[in-house]
Design a protein around this ligand. Structure first.
Ligand code: UD1
Length: 435
């Protein structure tokens, strides 16, 4: 079977302005939530991603009509008829689990299997299921399927043991049409949760406190459809800033929400990047030499996001001095490190800690994206490396970036996406290079 690769020519300074795509992690739960509405929903600023197409497939499978046109998704819930998500769609992405809450809210039943997504260590859904149980849902396993049914979905006081983003979203979505009030404590506070709540409130829901540790949802009889613009993608924005930090040059990102990015922007500043912020624009001047950042710890929002950990690893690989990163959210999120080592990086990982000693320069290499953000980090590192890199595993990138290569090239980078046949696997022209 043909595989696609990305050839990235390193050392090209990035220059120019781009508008940042809509947020994947907001678009996906909002698409799922649209099934709670009685009328049509039109979403704008929806990024063209394989995960978005997977969500659209699930909606269509359930009997709704979802059409993606350019950057809009039109979702008509009228024909909803099935309460089962096929296993293949569940495996396509982690966000397939985001249909649990809305399906229970709308249909009082949901049959699903374990979701897929990036392999970052164990990713259970126990918190989602426990919360549903507290709202009156019976859950049993049958032939490898998780069968959830509720005669009566009611509000509950739900303290989350850890602030899980997905569980918070599922609870909110299940609660909007449930009887009575739901009070969720130790809720995740990510901006995408506020975006989901803003969408649902626009449809007639009564949610307060989204974006804070305690969220209160008062159940309503029904929701109507609406038009809604998905928030900007803070992780994609950070990716382009890191690409420029690695490659040098000056970029301007428009359509961003800098307020949502404070912790990650402050780390870039600490690494010596000059940043300017003006309303929805972020400027980065990557002309300075980079310096190490003593200690970075990934944390739930508003802390430094785990989704940007791999990207900052790439940046710090050529920073002067030694940096330390502690990954506290996921157990196994350093798969990009082995690939950065192939480029000449000096990084040692022990458990959840990575120690990065900056080297003067990275060199091009044969690379494989092992997960979405790790893949983006390798592309950033390749942009700043000497010589050409070949990046494989592009299906990961396609899950989260709306046309990565085109955006990169519009900033003056050189990335060429090509298909190679099975007989050419391993013959990308770099295999003889000494690393
Ligand atoms: C979401 C994001 C993902 C991001 C992550 C953390 C989406 C589509 N994805 O993922 O990009 O990296 O937040 O910011 O929004 N956990 C359990 N049991 C559960 C649920 C989670 O133990 O039932 C654990 C996870 O294994 C992990 C931690 O909680 O260690 C946080 O996970 P969670 O916030 O739920 O991440 P996701 O919603 O999957």
């Amino acid at each position: 079977m043909a595989e696609e690769i990305l050839r990235i020519t390193g050392g090209q300074k990035l220059r120019g302005e781009i508008t940042v795509q809509g947020a994947k992690n907001s678009a996906l739960p909002i698409m799922a939530a649209s099934m709670l509405c009685s009328g049509e929903t039109v979403l704008y600023n929806v990024p063209r991603l394989t995960d978005v197409y997977a969500a659209s497939r699930i909606l269509n499978h359930l009997g709704l009509r979802c059409k993606i046109e350019a950057s809009a998704a039109v979702i008509n819930p009228a024909g909803i008829s099935s309460a089962e998500i096929p296993d293949a769609d569940m495996r396509a992405m982690r966000s397939s689990v985001m249909f649990l809450g809305p399906m229970l809210g709308r249909l009082k039943q949901c049959v699903l299997t374990m979701p897929g997504g990036c392999e970052l260590g164990p990713r259970p859904i126990d918190l989602h299921l426990d919360a549903m149980r507290q709202m009156g849902v019976q859950i049993r396993e049958s032939q490898g399927k998780i069968v959830c049914t509720a005669e009566h979905l009611h509000g509950a006081r739900i303290p989350l043991p850890i602030p899980s983003v997905g569980a918070t979203e599922n609870i909110i979505m299940a609660a909007v049409l449930a009887d009575g009030e739901t009070v969720l404590t130790n809720a995740a506070r990510e901006p995408e949760i506020s975006d989901l709540a803003a969408f649902l409130n626009r449809c007639g829901a009564r949610i307060s406190g989204a974006g804070e540790g305690t969220v209160t949802v008062s159940g309503v009889e029904s929701l109507h459809g609406t038009e809604y613009t998905v928030m900007p993608d803070r992780i994609a924005a950070f990716t382009w800033l890191c690409a420029c930090a690695c490659a040098g040059g000056t970029v301007c990102l428009s359509g961003t929400a800098p307020r949502d990015m404070e912790s990650s922007l402050s780390v870039l500043r600490a690494a010596g990047c000059r940043l300017g912020i003006c309303r929805d624009r972020i400027y980065l001047d990557g002309g300075q030499s980079l310096r190490s950042v003593r200690y970075i710890r990934t944390m739930p929002y508003p802390g430094f996001p785990t989704d940007t950990q791999a990207l900052i690893c790439a940046v710090l690989s050529t920073a002067h001095g030694t940096s330390m990163i502690e990954e506290t959210v996921f157990e196994s999120r350093y798969k990009h490190v082995g690939e950065l080592l192939r480029m000449g990086a000096d990084i040692r990982v022990s458990g959840r800690t990575a120690v990065i000693t900056g080297v003067p320069a990275l060199h091009g290499a044969e690379l494989r994206a092992m997960d979405l953000r790790g893949g983006a980090a390798l592309a950033c590192a390749a942009a700043g490396a000497e010589g050409e890199s070949v990046l494989r595993g592009l299906t990961h990138l396609d899950r989260g970036y709306d046309n990565f290569a085109e955006t990169f090239n519009s900033l003056g980078g050189i990335a060429k996406r090509t298909a190679i046949s099975a007989s050419e696997h391993g013959k990308t022209g770099l295999e003889k290079r000494k690393c």
